[in-house]
Structures are given as C-alpha cells and as structure tokens.
Design a protein. Sequence first.
Lengths: 487, 487
Amino acid sequence: MVYCNFLIITYNSSQQLITKGELHMNTTESLYEELRHSLKDHQISNNETLIEQHSHDESYHHPSAPDLIVFPESTEDVEAIVKIANAYDKPVVPYGLGTSLEGHVIPYDHGITIDFSQMNQVLEVRESDFLVKVQPGVTRSQLNKELKKYGLFFSVDPGADATLGGMAATNASGTTSVKYGVMRDQVRDLEIVLADGEVIHTGNLAQKSASGYNLNSLFVGSEGTLGCITELTLRVYGIPEHITAARASFPTVDDAVEAVVSILQAGVPIARVELVDEPSMKQANLFSETNYKEQPTLFLEFHGNEPGLKHDVEFTQEIVRDHQCEEIYFEDDNAARNRLWEARHNLAYAFVHGYPGKKLMVTDVCVPISELAGAIKHAREKVNELALHGGIVGHVGDGNYHILLMMDMDNPEEVNKAEQLNEQIVQYALARGGTCTGEHGVGIGKMKYQEKEHGNALQVMEKIKRALDPNGRFNPYKLVHKREENK
Amino acid sequence: MVYCNFLIITYNSSQQLITKGELHMNTTESLYEELRHSLKDHQISNNETLIEQHSHDESYHHPSAPDLIVFPESTEDVEAIVKIANAYDKPVVPYGLGTSLEGHVIPYDHGITIDFSQMNQVLEVRESDFLVKVQPGVTRSQLNKELKKYGLFFSVDPGADATLGGMAATNASGTTSVKYGVMRDQVRDLEIVLADGEVIHTGNLAQKSASGYNLNSLFVGSEGTLGCITELTLRVYGIPEHITAARASFPTVDDAVEAVVSILQAGVPIARVELVDEPSMKQANLFSETNYKEQPTLFLEFHGNEPGLKHDVEFTQEIVRDHQCEEIYFEDDNAARNRLWEARHNLAYAFVHGYPGKKLMVTDVCVPISELAGAIKHAREKVNELALHGGIVGHVGDGNYHILLMMDMDNPEEVNKAEQLNEQIVQYALARGGTCTGEHGVGIGKMKYQEKEHGNALQVMEKIKRALDPNGRFNPYKLVHKREENK
C-alpha cells in the first residue's frame, strides 16, 4: 500500500494528480514512511536533539518544532520532498545553519524542515569568468578557502559563517557591502525547486542580461517563501593587490559619522567602514584584553594598488582630522590587520561574555546616509532613557546600524523595553526614507512593519506569493504570509 | 452623459466598478472625450504626425499606430489615464523618446500611448546621499547637466540620449557598466502606477534593504508590461578625481579580447573597455576623418586618483603588450579624451553614413567573458559567410557585443540573411550560458528566444504578469505576453 503511493507520487510529474483522499495517510508517521521511499534512512530524522536544534535560530523569537527533518543530497531529493509535502499538505521550511536573526527558519506551522547541510559541494570555479557554482549548504568560509587557491574571494561577510543558500535567501550583507554590494549583487543564477516541485533557473552566466523579468533578485531575499534554492552561481573577485586597515577614534559618534560622509563624498573607495561606539569599545577592551581608546571608533579598510592606497590613506587622514579625529592607526601587515578587525568581529561575543545569563538582541535598521548621525544619536538617547544595556555598531558606509542589547528574557519589563526601543528606531528610520531591516531580513520579527514600510506595494508582494505558492507551502507565516490569512 | 461617465470613472477608486456595458461608448471618439475630462486639451492628441512618430522606435520592427497619445504632467494624470483605459478596455503603452531597439514602444494592439515628455523635472538632488529623484521623462544628458553643479554624475550611458524612465523600463546599460553596473544597480525606488490605477513605491532611500520582495529589480527591465514608472530615485556618483583614456590596437580580435580578460583578472578597475573591430575602425576613419590604425582596437578608460591610475595604466600597458598590442595611446586631457571616444560613439552614424539607403540593424547578445573571443570569432565568420556588411563592437568587459548590420529592408533575401545571423549568434550565446540580450531588451524582437533561454522560469514570469496585470493592459504582446494567448 505504501509502496503503491510512493509510485504514484514519484512518477507523476504534477502533484495535483494526487489528492489527500487517495492517500488516506495524512499523519507524520505515514509521511515518514513516504519519504523513506524517496530518500535513504539517514536522510530523514525525528531525533529529539535534531528537532530541538531546528526549532529555533539565533534570535530571541520563540521556538517551534518541525515534525521531521530531511537532509537532501541532490536537487532530485528536494523535488521529491516538495512533491510529497504537497501530497500530504505539509509545510516546508528550508534551513541552512540556523544563523538567522529574525526567526526565518522557525517552522511555526511545523511540517518538514529541509536541512541543506549535506548539499555542501563547491561544484565549479570558473576562474576567467569570476564565477563559482555551489550547492546551498556550502558556508562562506568553506567557499573562501577553496577560492584562495585561485587568488579569488567571495565578498559578502555577514559575520556569522552562514551557508550561501541561507545568505541568498535573506539577502545577507555586511562589512564589505559598501564596496562590493550585498548578496543580491553577487547572484548570477539560482536553481530553485518551486512549490509545484518544478525546477527553474533564475538567471544565466553572463555578466548582464536584459532578458525577461529579473527572477534572481526576486528569489534573493524571499526568505524561503517562494522556493527552495538548490544551486547558486555567484560572482567572486580577485584578491586585492594591496589592503590597508585603519582604526580612528573620535570625541563623538556625530564626528565619526560625519567623517564617513565626507570620505564617501570625496570618492575614496573604502572597502569597509564600521562604527563602534564608546560602550562597545569598552566591552571590546574587556573581552579582547586590548587597550584601545574608549571613544567612538571607525574601523576602515582600503583595497587597491599600493600607490593608489597611499593616496587614499593620506586623503582619509586629512578628512578624519577635519572631523576631530584624535587618533588614527594604519595597519598594512596581514596579522596586524586581523588583530585590528578581531575587536570588531568579536563584539557580539564580548557583550554576551560581559553579561552572563542575558541574551543578545540585535536591532537592524538602515537610513539614507545623511540621516545616519541623527538616527544613531536618537538610538543612544532611547537606550539611555530606557536604562537598557547595549552598544551601537554599524556598517556606516551603507547607513546601516545595529544596537546590541543584552536582555534578561525572563524579565518581561526588560523584554518590553527592548521591544519599545526596536519600535522607536524602526519608526524613526521609516519616517526618514529608511527601511526596517538593512540586512537581517523580515522573518517573523519585522512582519509588523511591512505595511507601514511598503504601503500598497505589500499587496503586490502578496500577489506574487499567491501566484508562485498558492497553497502557502513554503515557510508559512513569514515575510508577507500572515498567520490569520491562512489555515 | 459623457460628464456623468467622467464622474463615475474619476471618483470610483477601483475601475472594476465600471463595466463596459454601463458606458456604451467603447470607441476612440468617446475615449477622447473621456480623457478630456481628466486632462487638458493640449495633453491629448491624435495628430497624424504625432501618431506616426509614436508608431515605431529606432528598430527595424514593423510599425503600428496608437489610437491616441496622451501627455501626462503628473502621477495623478497617469492614474486617471490608466483608470479610463480600464473602463474602455484599451491597452496602454508607456513611451519615453522612442530610442528602443526591439520594438518595445510599438503599440501592436493600438490604444493609448502615454508619452512622458512633459514629466521631465529633476525633482531633488540629495547630494550627501548620492541620490537624485527625477520624473521619467528626464533624459540622461539633462540629468548629467544638472548633477555637474554638485560634482556628481549619473553613470549609465547606453549611447542614445534616452529618458531615464525608458532606461529603467528596459534595464539599459552601456560603456561604463563594467565598473558602475547597469540601470538596475542604480534604481533605489520607483513610483509605479499599476494596472488597477493604484500607486506604489518599489523601494526606499536607504543604500540597502532586506525588507520584503525586491520590487525595484522586478519593475526595472519589465518593459512597461507591469506598470507605468512615474518617478525614479537613482544612485549617482562623485565625478572621479582623475580620468585617463586609452586606445590600443591588436593584430586580431582574439588578442584584444584576451587582453581584456587578463586586465580583469589582474583586478585593474577599468571604468570602460570597448572593442571596435577592423571593419568598424575603417568606417570610423572614413566618417571621423581620423587615421587610426585599422586593426581591432580597445578603447579604455580608468577612473580614480592620480597615483593609483598611473599604476593601473602601467600595469595595463604590460598586459596588452603580452597580448601583441602594437600601439597604445593614453589621453589625460579632457578634450583629447573626448576626441578619442568620439570615434567609438559615432560608430553607428559612421555605418549609416557609409551605406546610404540602408537601415541599421543591431544584434545584442552577452556571454560569459571566457566565451567572448569564441563568440566574436563565430559572429565574424557568419557575417562573412552570409556576405553581409557590418562591424562588430562590444562592451567587452561585460561579455556583451553587437553586430552593426547595414540592411536593405526592401531586399527580402538580405533581411532573411540578417535574421539567420541573429538566430545563429543567439543560439551560440544560449548554448554557452549566455543571454539573448545583454542590454537592448526583449520587446517584440527577442520574444521567440524566451522559452529557450528561460525554460520553466518563463512560466513563473507569465504568472507574475497575470498576477499584476490580469487584463494584459500594459504594453501588450511584449516580453512574456504572447499575441495568440490574448484577444
């Protein structure tokens, strides 16, 4: 009987042919059995530890467990899983490494979580084309290790060593986006398994195209709500001939931010520019045992040829001095550069370490660069008013900043204050032409701001969701898919 | 009676309330009358000369006349026009300056052409944010004239002095895209009038966002099939501190293309790199009265600071010499640089001038850069085999090239040969991971290749079209909207 169902499901190209009535087995147990006919035993699990691990991400959002976790090893596996999910009317949530920060991968309607960790091959490096083809479970550091052999690197660095599938699904970005762009700018082609189990390619290998609607950019950042990414072709870059890093301290955050605006206006092609405020510098010194000046600090990086960089560095020195910079250190040496960046990279850990028992909550808005100084000042005032503990850091070249808050999640008053703060900084950003999320994405946490931010355009997004996933199969209750509307 | 209809149409927010049956006036005359209630007399025309002018673009595609042309002066005018078009079930075609090359603006189902020439204001320059807000009828050169006052420039240069609305609609690109990206990369926000007459904004003013589906990139390149662009917020750049141009001659096209690949691989940040082949150089010399070496030639440009450029230029000299470059000239001076680029920019005119009575037909494919030398060699062989007259030029840093063909449109054999050539170069590109159009777009000319290029993804595009424009109101029979399926 089970075998018979398996045959029907696997060999019919369209899942519409199979109705629930025909199957009479709409339970997790029979779903498990069904999956066993398409996948190997070790590819399916309802092990308690694994279920727990896949019931949350790195955010403070409340957990919810999947019924089952599957570990596909090929696109064909994913097609089979989606077709079976359709037959059993079970939701599907794609999962990379669970490093999302707004509850993206939490299966609030349970069902099947597809863990892509076994699809982790770098499939092809096209050196002359500056392209690489990877499976979605490849991590950023794994890719960069492989690319180093070719003198190439992948530019997007969100901090976490996330999977590339997850980074594409959430349009990740980070410290280098000011020069190289965000994840969306790197995606040349995606292989996607759609809600009906069909496979498409969203792009091609050419550097540019004016053919058809741009599906690459639609699927990047769609947070697993429109399809499962099963392969990515990504743009990569030659490792720069020369890199210089710098650390510059300022008396106020305003001075630091205004210095960044001046650097950008002067056309200096900075590759990274990160702001770390005074409380964050204190935390960094405590954690990293450094004795950096405890003032608002810019961490900068320049990529290029040596004489060009020398000129950029001199120009930058003049600019930061015009903005009351009190100390600037440059580092050309690789090891020294790494030490310099360590303080910035370890900041989240530094806060976690400094506030034992508390949980980290990170806000994430982005404003036009001319509004950044005001936005950060407003944020610091609100943090102080609410007597919260936290630092402000930011990819300030993009107008994107975060508040790192240390929260006692068992203290409802504190949680309430943090939510108030989040609300206030989002409303501040939206009122000034900004966005409720610069890089973390919508997930469950930013859904409440979608209508305010997008207005009528949200209905266009909802129409697209309904057109491509009419049964709400993929990642339910996320992004545009409100809980009250479905099921 | 007419006035009464006008009231119904204007004050009902949804055109669904008005049925054709209620109106009893589904003729061009009554449509004209209806429009006169929402627009001023001078904003509507069926003048014969204007009708003829709006019945074609710059391509060889056969003309078709609109019933009427309207000249909106505001977003509200466009909303009213679309609502009236819905009430009368008339198609709507947005029109910039008619410089499209694949029949994009030809109204094959007649109806209303919306000419945006009266919406031509630069609305705001946000200097510190590197942003500008414009109406869709502003041309590229008009914008650059305004931006120069601020030390800024708009980077996309497709050759023609097109409108920015048209450039966004077709995802235009050109000589500078190798460094600054294509039109899609510059669009921060669009105001769009949708098929139901509602107005949306597709983005915001922040440099990056991870909020919601990316509608900016969906509407850019949708060729007026999903909505009318009524306002654009675009990214602009600081005018580079220093610019150097160069012209380098090579014994073969292969050598020139391989030199470009090496320059890119060496990480030299070239701002332009254009290939002009031997027949095109001959034509340029005839037209511009220059005596440039009649060999495959690269025109290059470098933007940056002076010492950085000096290093880039020296490095580039070494690279091109390794690829048999026989002559390389550099020009720092503004006037000399302009002269150097003139030969490239006037090439299309040079061919038109050299073949009186013939019409220019331009092909446009894009391949991965590693396939470019082979693709251009194949193209030259096919041009020679078919005994056609034309030159090959290309934005070779992007893998994008064109064949400029001089055609006698009254000679069916010649037209047939040109179509054969187009077919062959498109199939060659598609077989190698390329695209049927790098920058000219689909329009009517590249529709036949959409299925081959996009496979199942074409159905996703069709679903999006149906979801956003269920009645096929906007620019019928273009991009994904096949004639046989509708009406």
